[in-house]
Ligand binder design. Structure first.
Ligand code: NAD
Ligand code: FES
Length: 284
């Protein structure tokens, strides 16, 4: 059992949960993840380790409550327990001094970006961070990222904070400005965003790292659920990734595989609450 030390809401349906897991906190490196089960028999959910404090033995997880199982995880209050937290899993991010690095976070992906930006800044890189969301309510970790970045740019689709538009608009400006052109771009967010970032950097031959989030089950390379194609070769995101060269990822296949279980997930969500509530209302 793993104690939840704190659980707060960062944005609609996005929780930051600090969990006591001393051995994981001591061993984890930036870019790695854990697999969490709220209770016995529950679905296994892969979650990036957003941060860790080895001194007090805690890890920080950012959990988007989108399905029945993630909703059960975020419903665990401070003082409650999660049944399983397995990890650290996945390859750590390759961190070195690249020089100028642009870290791009789209929506919830910003939470996955945070530990990477933190490690890149700690290695002496000049980090320009671009974070974007639908509106100001969806902009997360702004202060935390500003504290470690040389420059922080915000975009919102409705213009309620920062520049109006997508993160790619701000990145295009950075690339066009020879004083600020990055030598490495790290992008984490929705797949169409990561694909758009990769297409933007490709003509400039700027190395581009993306963090993929395919369906995962065991997290140890055995089930094949997280298969992605990179440079024409099958890879398992759980053991070979989750980070890959964005110029070599088959994004069309990834989108296809991510939507395979949509109907099933919808049914699970429905069975968990909405339909019951709708039924209760209808029967009232
Ligand atoms: P969202 O759809 O609100 O998009 C957030 C921002 O990303 C937008 O404001 C925009 O700046 C950028 N963006 C989105 N589509 C773009 C495009 N086509 N071109 C350029 N920029 C684009 O994001 P959300 O609802 O917070 O995120 C949900 C999605 O993110 C889910 O699909 C989830 O699976 C994915 N996600 C991915 C990771 C990962 O590790 N890659 C982690 C968490 C969530
Ligand atoms: Fe099963 Fe990666 S999650 S092989």
């Amino acid at each position: 059992m793993f104690e939840v030390v704190s659980n707060d809401t960062l944005a609609p349906n996005l929780h930051r949960m600090v969990v006591r897991a001393p051995r994981i906190a001591a061993a984890r490196k930036a870019g790695q993840f854990v697999i969490v089960r709220a209770d016995k028999g529950e679905e296994r959910i892969p979650l990036t380790i957003g941060d860790a404090d080895p001194e007090i033995g805690t890890i920080t997880l950012f959990v988007q409550a989108i399905g029945a199982s993630t909703r059960r995880i975020v419903a665990t209050p401070a003082g409650g327990t999660l049944r399983d937290v397995a990890g650290p899993l996945g390859q750590p991010t390759h961190i070195e001094k690249f020089g100028r690095v642009a870290c791009i976070g789209g929506g919830v992906g910003t939470a996955v970006l945070y530990p990477l930006a933190k490690a890149l800044a700690a290695a002496g890189n000049q980090v320009t961070t671009v974070i974007g969301g639908r509106s100001d309510r969806y902009i997360i970790l702004k202060e935390e990222l500003a504290a470690l970045s040389t420059e922080l740019l915000v975009t919102t689709e409705d213009g309620s904070m920062g520049r109006q538009g997508f993160v790619t608009h701000a990145l295009a400006d950075l690339i066009a400005d020879s004083e600020r052109t990055p030598s490495l771009v790290v992008a984490v967010g929705p797949v169409p965003m990561m694909r758009a970032v990769a297409e933007l950097t490709r003509p400039h031959a700027i190395e581009t790292l993306v963090s993929l989030n395919p369906v995962m089950i065991d997290g140890t390379g055995m089930c094949g659920g997280c298969r992605v194609v990179v440079d024409g070769e099958s890879k398992f995101a759980c053991v070979d990734g989750p980070e890959f060269d964005g110029h070599k990822v088959d994004f069309a296949l990834l989108i296809d595989r991510l939507t395979t279980y949509r109907e099933f997930e919808e049914k699970a969500r429905c069975a968990a609450d909405e339909c019951r509530i709708a039924g209760e209302v209808a029967n009232a």
